[in-house]
Structure formats: C-alpha cells, structure tokens
Design a protein around this ligand. Structure first.
Ligand SMILES: [Zn+2]
Length: 405
C-alpha cells in the first residue's frame, strides 16, 4: 500500500517517502522537531574521509562545513513550507535531514489548490533571502557574484554557500515533480482540471526531465545520474499517490469497515481459539471483554504463529495488539490509511458517533474498497449513506451475519 503524508526532499523537493527511524533530535523550532538521520552523519563522515585522503585535513573540514551549511539552508527552506502550512492549520511533527535533503513530516496536504500553491511557493524564496543576506553581511556587491566560485575552495565559505543557494533555488523551481516548481504547476493546473490529472502532467514532465538530467550525467557529473534516478522514482510515486487519493478521498471508514467482526475474549486461550479458527474464515478479530476495559485486535496469522512459540494455555490478551488509535465511522478512509502507515497493526477499532465500538477497519478491507473503486470509479457505497441509518447496529453478544440489504 502506498505511503502517504511523509514528504522527502531531494535538494529541497518533496516526495512521499519512508519512515523516520534512526534519527537524532537536535531541537525544536516553532513546534516542529528537527532531526538528523544517521545516514546523513555517515554521509558527512564519508565525504570528510575522501577529501582528507585527497587534500588533507583542512580541505576535509572545509568540505564538511560546506555541506553542513548547505543542508542547514535546505532545512530553513523546509520551514518556509512548514510555516505556510501552519498558517492553514496544518501541523508538521518533525523535519529530518537525510543525505538526499530535508524531509518534512507534514500532517496532510492542503485540500484547496490555492493553499497548496502558497505552501509550495513559500519554500524557494527562502534561498533567495539567504543568498541576499550573505551578500549584505559580507559587504560585497552583487556584481561580484560568480556562480563558478562554488567549486573554488579559495573563495570564502559564506560566498560559496550563497552560490549554492542560487543553484538550489533554480533547480527547485523547475516545473516538474518532485521539485517545488512541480507543485506550483500542479496547484495551478488543479484549479481547472482534477488533482490527479494535474499530478500526472507534472509527474510526466518530472520524469522527462529526469531522463534529460540522467543523459547529461553520462557526459558530465555522475552525481546527476543518481539525482535523475531519484527524481524519476519520486515523480512516479507522486503520480500514484494522487490517483490513490482520488480513489479514497470521498470514501468514509464506514464504507469499507467490517461491521460485525468476529470477537474473542482476552481470556480465551490459544487452544480454544485455534479450534475456532478452523471453522471460520475471518482474518482479523476484535478482542474485547464485557467491561470494554481490555480491548485489542489480533489476526489469524498472529494466532497461528503463536502456536510455535507459546503453550496452549496462553491467553490471547498477551498476544493481541492494544490500540493506540481509534477511528470513527465517518472519518475519511484516508485517515485510517495515514494511521496504518505509522503502525504495524492489521486492523483498527472503529467507533460510532456515540463513541461506541462499532467494528474494525483492516488493511485488507481498504484494499478491497480500492479495488472496487478502481474497477468501477462511479461505484456508490451505500453504507455511508442514508440507507445505513436504518440498519441494525453491531452490539456485544450479538453476531450480525449481513447488514447489507
Ligand atoms: Zn521545497
């Protein structure tokens, strides 16, 4: 299932990416935790060692300082996006520094195109501000600026960092995913056509550009090939995410939930449960006692695997996963997806409007709803509609075979 809601950036461009393990927190700025991933430290170390062996200690320290400062600028640019998103009420938990750039873990993407436009536009000018500030402080005139000096170690470190900011901003403004320019293009297109069509166009341009950059890499800097591969993958992934969003954004959890999940008691033992499994087809179970104080979920797989490592008398309360989150029937299906991205649970407990447990939502159930929507985009799920209000509710001690007419 596609990952959502976490943004990766390559030289300050964002795509959806992986989780944030193995990172060290270095502080909090405006409510967002700044982290450094260990791979970034490793990257700095490797660069330092390579330069040291070629040109000695002084050059090595210089290279490490240069890279650190450039990446600090990338993080500052991320704060442009983060603060603009906050202006629209969207929080960002953390931002992590990777060798490929900064990764802002933005809660969700703004729904309206003009908001996305402003969030995307808030990043690149930060580079310009840094560039101009350095020149202002250094007392040099802008006419002295020469982009070629970025590679000249004889030039003042600050001036080289200023030059890097110009390159970062230019690259970042390319109108192609996953660069900020691509987001700007997508947001503008999305004012007239659907978001997924707009994304496909921006992503196709991104992939075309990646092929061009990769081609250039064969004749020049081999680093370009690596960057091209990353852009190509990132653009493709963004395009898939948009299609996925199109499918799920108008579905509620109620549309896909398991309304009468098979229930087990926390004191049930492996012995009794395995017997039950043989005569049933369910894969996810709601574990609940009469007081509802001890609740959780467990899968068929967990129970079968537990056979090898636990004795028959083991109570399933020691095997079940206890919920960190509940979801609500009328939440968007995307909410459940976002939670699934961050945990290993196979199912989440669903509550109704009265805060009563009303069923489960599983990864498999979501996949099924997406399959239906992919095959039949106009398919209407009736459970979220008026029809469902007259249907019997799931309650303890009662097993409802089918709620659908
Ligand atoms: Zn950006």
């Amino acid at each position: 299932m596609r990952q959502r809601s976490i943004r990766v950036s390559l030289l300050n461009s964002e795509v959806w990416g992986s989780k944030m393990r193995w990172s060290i927190s270095i502080g909090k700025i405006a409510g967002t935790v700044v982290r450094i991933h260990v791979t970034f430290l490793l990257f700095l170390f490797v660069i330092g060692v390579i330069v040291f062996r070629q040109n000695g200690a002084e050059a090595a320290w210089d290279a490490v300082a240069f890279i650190t400062l450039v990446f600090a600028c990338i993080i500052l640019h991320e704060f442009g996006h983060i603060l603009m998103a906050r202006f629209f009420g969207i929080k960002t938990r953390d931002v992590t520094l990777f060798p490929i750039g900064g990764v802002a873990n933005i809660e969700r993407m703004p729904e309206r195109p003009y908001q996305e436009l402003l969030v995307a536009l808030a990043g690149p000018p930060i580079y310009l501000v840094i560039f101009l500030s350095i020149f202002l402080v250094s007392g040099k005139g802008l006419s002295d600026f020469d982009i070629e000096k970025i590679n000249d170690t004889g030039t003042n470190l600050a001036i080289r960092v200023a030059a890097a900011n110009v390159i970062l901003m230019t690259f970042n403004l390319l109108p192609a995913f996953p660069m900020d320019g691509g987001r700007v293009l997508r947001a503008i297109l999305a004012m007239w056509i659907t978001k997924s069509k707009a994304t496909k166009i921006a992503a196709t341009i991104g992939q075309g550009m990646a092929l061009f950059i990769g081609f250039m890499g064969f004749f020049g800097n081999p680093m370009l090939i690596l960057i091209a591969v990353f852009i190509f993958i990132a653009a493709g992934s963004e395009s898939e995410t948009a299609i996925f969003h199109d499918i799920t954004h108008d579905l509620t959890i109620r549309d896909a939930m398991i309304e009468a999940p098979a229930r087990l008691h926390p004191r049930d033992t492996i012995r009794t449960v395995i017997d039950y499994l043989l005569g049933s087809t369910e894969n996810e179970f709601l574990v609940i006692d009469n007081t509802e104080l001890e609740i959780g979920t467990i899968t068929r797989e967990t129970l079968l695997l537990a056979l090898a490592s636990h004795d028959d008398g083991t109570q399933i309360s020691s095997l079940m996963s206890r919920p960190e989150h509940f979801v609500y029937e009328y939440d968007s299906l995307e909410n459940a997806l976002t939670i699934f991205e961050r945990c290993n649970d196979q199912a989440l407990i669903v509550k109704d409007i009265n805060n009563q447990i009303s069923g489960l939502i599983s990864r498999a159930a979501i996949a099924q709803a997406i399959l239906i929507k992919t095959a039949r985009p106009d398919w209407k799920f009736f459970r979220g509609g008026i029809l469902s209000k007259s249907l019997p509710k799931f309650s303890h001690g009662q097993r409802v075979a089918s709620l659908l007419p």
